[in-house]
Design a protein around this ligand. Structure first.
Ligand code: HEC
Length: 179
């Protein structure tokens, strides 16, 4: 009986300690001010670029369909070829960098920090404005399938994190030009 009593005391003791730790963790989180630096950090931007599937369309593919990270985010290269028109359908090259649809032909752009052929010269404001409005700094409306409407809904801090991360990927010189 005494043994059982001691066990009960231990269990109750553990519950109290566990409850206190839980309260402390919850309380500590709630009382911490939002971490603005973390919200716009390069690490957060890396997560968003992965989730946003930027590589799906902006990074050329290897023969097995995986993204070629040596050409990461360099966009369409003329050697990749453009798909022939296919009435009533959307046609895509195997790199997912050239798309033809009812809107015409769109080529994924170079979004590496190369200043001449990528977005290295873009200011944060230009980047945010492009993704929010779907119109790039030269005044051209972004064609499908760039998911501009979806990205436009991201809060400022997420766009800033994406911008910060994109500035850290290797710059690749590749002028995206159509046929
Ligand atoms: C489904 C394909 C697709 C996905 C996914 C995608 N893009 Fe794009 N993106 C495009 C295409 C195609 C264009 C070029 C559109 C045009 O020519 O009007 C483009 C254009 C852009 C431009 C304009 C560049 C310039 O020079 O004007 C930026 C910036 C951009 N994308 C950033 C991103 C980012 C960041 C992500 C991920 C969060 C992303 N894109 C995901 C297809 C895509």
């Amino acid at each position: 009986m005494a043994k059982r009593g001691a066990a009960t005391v231990r269990v109750v003791g553990l519950l109290i300690v566990g409850g206190l730790i839980g309260y402390w963790i919850g309380h500590a989180d709630a009382s911490r001010p939002p971490d603005a630096a973390a919200a716009t950090s390069v690490a957060r931007g890396a997560q968003l670029v992965t989730l946003g599937g930027c590589d799906d369309c902006h990074t050329p593919k290897r023969a097995d369909g995986s993204p070629d990270m040596t050409r990461r985010l360099a966009g369409y290269e003329s050697s990749q070829g453009v798909p022939a028109a296919s009435p009533g359908a959307i046609a895509i090259n195997m790199h997912l960098t050239a798309w033809r649809g009812p809107w015409g032909l769109s080529l994924s752009r170079n979004i590496t920090p190369d200043p001449e052929t990528g977005i290295g010269n873009w200011t944060l404001e230009q980047f945010k404005h492009t993704l929010r409005s779907g119109v790039d700094p030269s005044g051209k409306a972004l064609l499908p399938p760039m998911p501009a409407a979806a990205l436009a809904r991201l809060p400022d801090r997420d766009l800033e994190a994406i911008y910060n991360y994109l500035r850290t990927v290797p710059a690749i010189h590749n002028a995206v030009t159509g046929p």
